[in-house]
Design a protein around this ligand. Structure first.
Ligand code: DGJ
Length: 669
């Protein structure tokens, strides 16, 4: 009997085998075969895949790939199921490759990447997230008792409602420090579908490309490589899993994951589209005085025929607007440099406003339906990157900007709409459904080429909507923009949830005036991420300006290195009580920083930091005090052992909503 290969959505039972024995957390044993459904060149839908030989193991520098090969009994179709385990992480990547050696094109109705079954007599819990613009990452957790589909068909990085990662917990709801938890995410920048459903004795998770509206026609002689599904395992709860994931993302996904990030000042919240050279240079002065490293110029600097003075025009025309910037971008770089600042700039190369010279010249360059009016979102359309000349154009937007302005050291790459009319004037009539996959691959290619050609330029991955970040795109970037909502009260919860997956170094956290919260609270929240600010420093009262300068200095000197490179421990969930608390510890446990955020009024009960050296003595010091204030922390200035701190905790100073306490713990012996 050959191993049954599912070619329909209804699967035979598959099993999650017992885990490999190992001293450290072993990789999850992802068993079971993903669904592959094909219409063959002869029109037949019947696929009968049979194993060919034994699985083949190939060593790679960071792990081993085991490939099982199957051939169809009647057609010249080969399917390879590949599974990579890593030497340094309890992770598995699984994917499928389909090789078409038939006499003509085949249609791939569905090619999943992975479909494991988790066995548990007590059930399996799923945690995933919903969200929308400015309201990202709301957690939903429930026992899997009916089929759940987590999916997007939005086509771009703006998945709007469904972030591409989830967690499965075996035997009970997810706990921070106990229990077996799996994180799953498709390493893909387009449509995905995770169909998670009860099956005999467990739960099966069918994961891969979203087949809706994207049957892929694969020409004879070609190979289709489905995206990799990454599974990461934690044996001691979501906290341990998150720390493993952070390590993996820092080491294997992010660009320069071990390099300190500059503290940046962005003009978007301060000026919107309403700026000129003089105003920007004025902002530089404030930035330097307060210790920022980099100034980021946002949207609105380009287009002449239809100047980009709002979001309705100019996108696609990437020449500098001489009315706003008469001396060009290089002048701004020079002015920034004179003040010891680096300079960054905003782009959105894959989009166009119909009110632009680009669209007037190339109306056929956009994604849309030939016979229907163009459906616009934020007054813009998506460029059809499947067309080679459009791909080249989009690549050159950033490439030309960086090449002609070598002083630009940072790029914010935005994406403000999704695809609603998946039609291409480039793809043939019988290849229209290839659009979603070909578009995603083309965009990834542009990003990869940009990163490769400009290795020293840092890049922020920005997008609208609830999805925002995926592990495929993130490989070309240093960080991502988690939400336009920068109200620190909302950010406490969002950053808490992002931390389940993404390391703090990758999560851009800017101080703004959203929510009109105390500046200290806004800084304290942003300082537990990759700190930046989006404020007009010139408009701050003198005491707040002084506070800003001290907070930036504190982040650069002692808090930032711990947040960016330390291990994160989530201590008190903002969903469980009136406050949230977390600490970051350096690898050698010589220092730690503790953050406590009061979201509602409450009592200053002690917060217990984790993972200190129990035998070491730490000096306790409250930092980020408002101008003119001294610490009222009972433990401030005291020397206390790690054991005592972890057992008895520290009573923070905050007790009222939007108060916060940040405490440094530095080992003295
Ligand atoms: C959306 C981003 O999230 C904002 O930060 C800003 O860059 C705007 N786009 C600019 O249009």
């Amino acid at each position: 009997m050959h191993r049954a290969f599912p070619n329909a959505a209804i699967l035979p039972a598959v099993f999650l085998a017992a885990c490999h024995a190992s001293a450290v957390t072993p990789a999850p044993a992802i068993e079971g075969l993903p669904v592959v459904r094909v219409r063959h060149a002869d029109g037949s839908d019947a696929t009968d895949l049979r194993p060919v030989g034994a699985p083949v193991s190939t060593s790679e520098k960071d792990g081993t790939v085991v490939t099982e090969t199957f051939k169809d009994a009647k057609h010249a179709l080969t399917v390879r199921v590949c599974k990579k385990t890593f030497t340094a992480y309890p992770a598995v990547e699984q994917w499928v490759e389909v090789v078409n050696n038939e006499s003509g094109p085949v249609v791939l109705d569905r090619v999943e990447s992975s479909a494991p079954t988790l066995r548990s007599p007590n059930g399996v819990w799923l945690k995933h997230f919903t969200g929308s613009w400015a309201n990202e990452l709301n957690p939903v957790e429930a026992k899997v008792e009916k089929a759940v589909s987590l999916a997007t068909k939005r086509g771009t990085r703006v998945s709007e409602d469904t972030p591409p990662f989830f967690f499965l917990s075996v035997g009970g709801p997810i706990q921070e420090n106990k229990g077996e938890v799996l994180a799953g995410t498709l390493v893909w920048n387009g449509n995905f579908a995770y169909d998670i459903a009860p099956t005999e004795g467990g739960v099966v998770a069918h994961c891969g490309l979203n087949p809706a509206g994207s049957r892929y026609t694969l020409d004879a002689g070609k190979t289709f490589v489905a995206p990799r599904m990454l599974w990461m395992r934690g044996q001691n709860g979501a906290g341990e899993l998150a720390r493993t994931m952070h390590k993996y993302i820092r080491e294997k996904v992010l660009r320069d994951g071990t390099k300190t990030r500059p503290v940046l000042l962005n003009n978007w919240e301060a000026t919107g589209f309403n700026f000129d050279e003089k105003k920007l240079v004025g902002l530089f002065d404030g930035a330097k005085e307060t210790g920022f490293d980099l100034f980021l110029l946002d949207d609105g600097w380009f287009a002449t025929k239809y100047p980009r003075n709002n979001d309705k025009a100019g996108l696609g025309d990437w020449e500098v607007n001489p009315k706003k910037l008469p001396h060009g971008v290089s002048f701004l770089c020079d002015e920034a440099k004179k003040r010891g600042l680096q300079f960054g700039i905003w782009v959105e190369p894959e989009m166009v406003n119909p009110k632009s010279a680009l669209y007037e010249k190339h109306p056929d360059w956009v994604i849309g339906y030939k016979d229907k009016p163009l459906d616009l979102k934020r007054s813009q359309a998506v460029l059809d990157l499947t067309r080679p000349e459009v791909r080249e154009f989009a690549f050159k937007v950033t490439d030309d900007l960086l090449t002609s302005n070598p002083g630009v050291s940072y790029v914010k790459w935005d994406c403000n709409r999704h695809i609603t009319q998946p039609g291409s004037t480039w793809l043939a009539v019988d290849r229209q459904e290839n659009l979603f996959v070909d578009y995603a691959n083309a965009l990834d290619d542009i990003m990869a080429r940009t990163a490769a050609k400009h290795p020293s330029v840092e890049m922020m991955l920005c997008a609208g909507g609830g999805g925002r970040v995926d592990l495929r795109s993130l490989r070309h970037f240093h960080e991502f923009w988690p939400s336009d909502n920068t109200d620190p009260v909302r950010r406490v919860k969002m950053q808490w949830e992002y931390a389940a997956m993404y390391p703090a170094i990758s999560v851009c956290a800017h101080v703004t005036h959203w929510g009109k919260r105390p500046l200290k609270f806004a800084f304290d929240v942003a300082m537990s991420g990759r700190l930046g600010a989006d404020i007009d420093l010139g408009k701050l009262p003198p005491d707040e300006r002084k506070f800003t300068a001290r907070a930036v200095a504190t982040y650069k000197k002692e808090v930032g290195p711990l947040v960016q490179f330390g291990e994160q421990y989530r201590l008190e969930s903002p969903y469980a009580g009136p406050r949230a608390a977390m600490n970051f510890v350096s690898a050698d446990k010589s220092s730690a920083v503790l953050f406590v955020y009061q979201l509602k009024d409450g009592e200053p009960a002690p917060v217990r930091p984790q993972s200190l050296d129990p035998k070491a003595t730490y000096r306790v010091r409250e930092v980020n005090l408002e101008e003119g204030k001294t610490s009222s922390l009972a433990a401030d200035g005291k020397e206390i052992t790690g054991e005592t701190l972890m057992r008895d905790g520290i009573a923070p100073t905050c007790r009222k909503a939007v108060e916060s306490t940040v405490v440094m713990l530095v080992k003295v012996k």
